[in-house]
Design a protein around this ligand. Structure first.
Ligand code: F6R
Length: 243
């Protein structure tokens, strides 16, 4: 079932989108959260940190799984997603690092790293709440548009659009990794609740296509239409083309 939350400002999107995560943690301290990186969820993480600082939630028993990680960057590299999570969330809350999972993109045995990540997800029963952003090409996590999509955690070649979009975070565009490990579409769809966030006019067309266009692998986010509990949070710009 699709719930669209159209909000007037980006701040309101951050506040409201944090709601399902905060209430899940309040209901069950050992909640499993699925997390994303990129520009979109930074404000949501700020809201989680604020709720933690106010004593409303604790992550002491929580578990987190990130959607994806670049291949070939060490966890100390400022553009690795592990580093991003430390900066934007982990360093400010009481989450034990042994339960903060990200795919290991710094290993030589990538197939094993993928298999292990899926097993870890399975052993924790997949996320209770999964946060997602959306790429301009309709990707979710790093599941890029293609004729076929992979179900489980796997290695992907990033598309030129994604490399170009992510180049803004690197000093030299040549440094953007060409590969990543990502959770698959089935892994993502196993989350009990999905929180999909889109902000800004540049996401307006793709969010409309994802939610109201045909369900097709060339727009991976369109598969979310099949999810039983999908909450979409958009600001007025990203929501401007929604019916
Ligand atoms: C990040 C991720 C990506 C981003 C998407 C949107 O972990 O998996 O799918 O959510 O590329 O990125 P931003 O938020 O930077 O527009």
């Amino acid at each position: 079932m699709l719930h669209i939350h159209r909000l007037t400002s980006v701040d309101e999107v951050d506040r409201q989108a944090a709601g399902p995560l905060i209430s899940a943690l309040q209901r069950r301290p050992d909640t499993v959260l699925g997390l994303a990186t990129g520009g979109t969820p930074i404000g949501l993480y700020r809201e989680l940190i604020a709720a933690y600082t106010r004593g409303e939630i604790s992550f002491a028993q929580a578990v987190t799984f990130n959607l994806d990680e670049y291949i070939g960057l060490s966890s100390e590299h400022p553009q690795s997603y592990r580093y991003y999570m430390e900066q934007n969330l982990f360093a400010h809350i009481d989450l034990p690092r042994e339960r903060a999972f990200l795919p290991n993109g710094a290993t030589s045995d990538l197939a094993l790293a993928c298999e292990r990540y899926e097993q870890q997800l399975e052993s924790y029963g997949y996320p209770d709440v999964q946060v997602l952003g959306i790429g301009h090409n309709g990707h979710i996590a790093f599941n890029e548009p293609a004729d076929e999509l992979q179900a489980d955690t796997h290695v992907v070649q990033l598309t030129d659009t994604t490399i170009a979009a992510n180049a803004r975070f690197f000093t030299n565009p040549q440094e953007v990794p060409r590969q990543a490990i990502t959770m698959g579409i089935a892994s993502i769809m196993k989350a009990k609740t999905i929180v999909l966030i889109a902000k800004g006019s540049d996401k307006a067309a793709i969010i409309r296509e994802a939610l109201f266009g045909p369900i097709r692998t060339q727009c991976p986010a369109s598969l979310l239409q099949l999810h039983p509990d999908l909450h979409v949070f958009v600001d007025s710009e990203a929501g401007s083309e929604l019916p």
